[in-house]
Write a protein that binds this ligand. Structure first.
Ligand SMILES: N[C@@H](CCC(=O)N[C@@H](CS)C(=O)NCC(=O)O)C(=O)O
Length: 221
C-alpha cells in the first residue's frame, strides 16, 4: 500500500495523485493539516522536512518531482526513449523558478503585502510573466502539443497542467484568471489536457465550486 501525504490542496502533490490513480496500484490519498504536519516533522517522518511524501513498503520518498517520476514510471507516463525522457526531466526541472518565486509569497502574513508581491510576479519583468511566456513559446513549438514534445502525454504534462492552472483558482490572493487569458498556446494546451480521456475521467464529479475547477474542460474559455 502506498500513502501519499500532503495538505488538502492540489499544490505540489496533484500531478502525483493523478499518476498514482492512473497507475492502477493501491494507494491512499492522505491529507493533513498544519498540526499533523508539525507532528510528522518532529517525529522525523519527513526526509527533507517538507511535504509531499510518498510512503512505500521500501521506505519514504520525498521531493514532489521524485515522487512524480516514480509514480509516472509505474503509470507508464515516462517515455522509454532516453532523449524523450530527458526532455521530460528538462521541462520538470525548468518549472523550478516560478514555483520558487511563488514560495517567497506564502509566508507573508500581511494580505496587502502578499497581494502586492504576487502582482509584481505578473508584471512585464516578473518571474511569473517570464515563465508564462516561456511555456507559451514551448507549447507553440511542440509538434505533438504535449509539454515536452513527447509522442504521448507524460509526467511533464501532469506537472505543468496541475501546477500552472492551480495558480488561477482564486485561492491565491492577488492572482486572477485574467492573468493567463492572453496566452493563446497555454489556453489551447489547457483544452488539450483537460479533454484527454484519462484526465477527464479523473476529474469526473468535480464541479465549478471545487478548488480543482481549473482542471475542468472549458475552465479558461
Ligand atoms: N522541493 C520540495 C518543496 C516542498 C515544499 O515546499 N513543501 C511545502 C508545501 S508546498 C511545505 O511542506 N511547507 C511546510 C513548511 O515548509 O513548513 C518539493 O518539491 O517537494
Amino acid at each position: 500500500m502506498h500513502r501519499l501525504i500532503y495538505f488538502p490542496v492540489p499544490g505540489r502533490a496533484e500531478a502525483s495523485r493523478i499518476a498514482l490513480s492512473l497507475s492502477g496500484i493501491e494507494w491512499e490519498d492522505v491529507e493533513v493539516n498544519g498540526l499533523e504536519f508539525n507532528k510528522m516533522k518532529q517525529e522525523g517522518k519527513l526526509p527533507w522536512g517538507m511535504l509531499p511524501i510518498l510512503q512505500t513498503k521500501e521506505g519514504t520518498l520525498a521531493e514532489s518531482s521524485a515522487i512524480l517520476r516514480y509514480a509516472g514510471k509505474v503509470a507508464g507516463l515516462v517515455p522509454e526513449d532516453p532523449f524523450q525522457a530527458a526532455k521530460v526531466d528538462e521541462f520538470i526541472d525548468g518549472m523550478g523558478p516560478i514555483a520558487r518565486a511563488m514560495d517567497t509569497t506564502f509566508g507573508i502574513e500581511d494580505v496587502n503585502e502578499r497581494i502586492r508581491l504576487r502582482k509584481q510576479l505578473f508584471e512585464p519583468d516578473g518571474a511569473a510573466t517570464k515563465a508564462l511566456n516561456l511555456y507559451d513559446e514551448k507549447l507553440g513549438q511542440s509538434k505533438s502539443g504535449w509539454a515536452a514534445n513527447t509522442d504521448a502525454m507524460s509526467i511533464a504534462d501532469l506537472k505543468l497542467f496541475t501546477e500552472l492552472f492551480a495558480f488561477f483558482s482564486g485561492t491565491y490572493d492577488g492572482i486572477e484568471k485574467s492573468m493567463v487569458m492572453g496566452y493563446k498556446n497555454i489556453l489551447n494546451y489547457h483544452q488539450k489536457v483537460a479533454n484527454e480521456e484519462r484526465i477527464k475521467n479523473h476529474y469526473e464529479g468535480i464541479t465549478v465550486e471545487d478548488i480543482r475547477w481549473t482542471f475542468l474542460p472549458g475552465a479558461f474559455e
